[in-house]
Design a protein. Sequence first.
Length: 143
Amino acid sequence: MSFKKIMVCLDGSKNSLRGLDKAIFFAKQSDAMIIGVHSDTSFSAFSAVRAPILPRKKWKKVASELIDVAKKKVEKNGVKFEGIVIGGHTSGIDLTTFANNPANKIDQIVIGSRGMGFPKELFFGSTSNFVLHKAKAPVTIVK
């Protein structure tokens, strides 16, 4: 049986967890599975590798705990879940690279917006805005 895949971007913020709730809602309605993706941005911006999927043994403790919490919440709602940690440059680039890879077959993306405001967004960029404009799949932004 082939599932639709809903990618939810997880960073541990309240809004990313609200995004997870919305992804669960969508998945229950469409018999989809959820792919929870966390971007580990501790890699150098000059890294030659872009957005590799990290094996579980290389996940940092905080990423492992975040994925485990998401998995329990999703599976408690009767939805299939797969947790992935990717590493590379910036969250926006990592997440869209993963989502746009045809091999991953992402049908929808759900991302929480932390709403950092104009001054911070001007200097640091907005991950949700980047994903919205660069991803090929439909994007739902949750505040």
